[in-house]
Design a protein around this ligand. Structure first.
Ligand code: SIN
Length: 481
């Protein structure tokens, strides 16, 4: 891996301000080539408990600092992340596969949470309440929840860390974070930069390891961890919730999605095709908010399908480090197998293949950008998110029908709609049972908008002015005078 600053490539865990080699190592591979790029510390429960000890000690001091003090260190961290954006993007693409341009976008997106929450730290405030009794004064204080555990996914190896850690440390908490085993190098590079920025030892601990269930259980079982924050599957989210019940932890869960994208016949067709391409093929379809089910009104169905298939055929597939590549590999064989299963199931049940549909000639885990039409609700893809580059087109006849199909899911993370009719925009946005509704755009993510879902898509909101509340407790103080 060619980096301007090779010392960003850390392979040991970061606990209490020390780089910890651990007793074992695990291999991290480049999904584009299958090559091993690093052997990283493989920690177990005992080392995770030591990291919790460190976080508990560090949090006492960190929470006593002024918000301005914390913000200044975070701002320095933000500057260092941006100054090293090129190297961070190379590390990210090499371990995860997304095209370099997307990786650079993710670095800026990830950094924006550090900058945003550094500012938000200074705006946390309690209230003085109107008293119901003349001899009392009532106040609320907002205080850090304490030490939190964080478990982050491989699809956004930087942004999902900063979206959790930045509000937490801004609020005066400390954390023990486990990055995905596929992408620990981005996490460790972030820790290296946090250390250079002057973040005190023990405030952010990064525990790398292969045994995610054991590490997760250690975090959940420990009473001193007062909150868990997780992005990943609904199945694992439920396990963490169950394991956290014993110590009644606060939970933030960003879980599975099955995003509908609705295109009405009054939409601007070019805008809808561009939006669908961005939403569907971002990160090779490997985001929780990628359009999984594309519902198109009957009058414009054929024209939309034709334009989408043309744009899809033009996508450049390859190693994300190669100039001009727009779609990298799928993260692993398990991910690839699910995509193949969904496509085979759909075709077996009558779907029509407009383009793609099979593993790419490049081999490995590359998959052809795919468009399927004539999709129906009995197909697996209708219920489960594919997490791959498959645009699946369903037909609808009227608004009511479209809303009913979109809401027919256990998930409720993000939905998209394309219409030029203002009344419909509000009507449909209100009727969709999703935490996020994007109108006439395929991309909505930023540090300013609240990210989070309804139903089995999770609990809590990340980013935005609401994100810091997840790491604060409200204390009521009643003063007799
Ligand atoms: C995710 O897929 O979990 C995050 C996507 C985003 O932040 O836009």
């Amino acid at each position: 891996m060619r980096l301007n600053d090779p010392s960003l490539l850390r392979v040991d865990s970061y606990v209490d301000g020390n780089w910890l080699a651990g007793k074992r190592r695990f291999a991290v591979t480049n999904p584009a080539t299958g090559e091993v790029i690093a052997n990283v510390a493989d920690l177990g429960p005992a080392e995770v408990t030591a990291a919790i000890d460190a976080a508990v000690t560090a949090q006492r001091e960190w929470s006593k600092r002024t918000a301005k003090d914390r913000a200044m260190i975070m701002r320095m961290w933000y500057d260092l992340v941006m100054a090293n954006a090129e190297d961070l993007a190379v590390i990210l693409t090499t371990e995860m596969g997304k095209p370099l341009a997307e990786a650079k976008g993710e670095v800026a997106y990830g950094a924006s949470f550090i900058d945003w929450f550094a500012e938000e730290a200074r705006r946390v405030c309690g209230d003085v309440l109107e008293t119901p009794q003349a001899d009392k004064r009532l106040l609320t204080l907002k205080q850090p929840i304490g030490v939190f555990g964080a478990i982050t996914p491989w699809n956004f190896p930087i942004a999902m860390i900063t979206r959790k850690v930045a509000p937490g440390i801004a609020a005066g908490c400390a954390c023990v974070l486990k990055p995905a085993e596929q992408t620990p190098l981005s996490a460790l590079a972030l820790a290296e930069l946090a250390e250079r920025a002057g973040l005190p030892s023990g405030v952010m601990n990064i525990v790398t390891g292969m045994n995610a269930p054991a590490i997760g259980q250690t975090l959940c079982d420990d009473n001193r961890i007062r909150k868990m924050t997780f992005t990943g599957s609904t199945e694992v989210g439920r396990i963490l919730m169950r394991q956290s019940a014993g110590s009644v932890k606060k939970m933030s869960l960003e879980l599975g999605g099955n995003a509908p994208l609705l295109v009405f016949d009054d939409a601007d067709l070019d805008k809808a095709v561009t939006g669908a391409m961005m939403s569907k093929f971002r990160n090779a379809g490997q985001t929780c908010v990628c359009a999984n089910r594309i519902f198109v009104q009957d009058k414009i169905y054929d024209a939309f399908a034709k334009q989408l298939a043309e744009a899809t055929k033009a996508l450049q597939v390859g190693n994300g480090l190669t100039e001009g590549v727009e779609q990298g590999p799928i993260i692993d064989n398990q991910g690839l197998a699910k995509i193949e299963r969904h496509v085979e199931d759909a075709i077996g049940k009558g779907a029509n293949l407009l383009t793609g549909g099979k593993p790419h000639a490049l081999g490995g885990t590359f998959f052809e950008p795919t468009v399927l039409t004539e999709m129906t609700s009995d197909m697996q893809l209708f219920r489960e998110e594919t997490f791959g580059p498959v645009a699946a087109l369903f037909k609808f006849s009227d608004e009511e029908d479209a809303i009913a199909m979109a809401n027919d899911s256990e998930f409720g993370l993000a939905a998209y709609l394309f219409t030029e009719n203002a009344a419909r925009l509000f009507r449909v946005s209100e009727a969709l049972e999703f935490g996020i509704v994007a109108v006439n755009t395929g991309i909505f993510s930023s540090e300013v908008g609240p990210f989070g879902g309804l139903k089995n898509s999770g609990l809590g909101r990340e980013g935005s002015k609401y994100g810091i509340d997840e790491f604060l407790e409200i204390k009521f103080v009643c003063v007799g005078i």
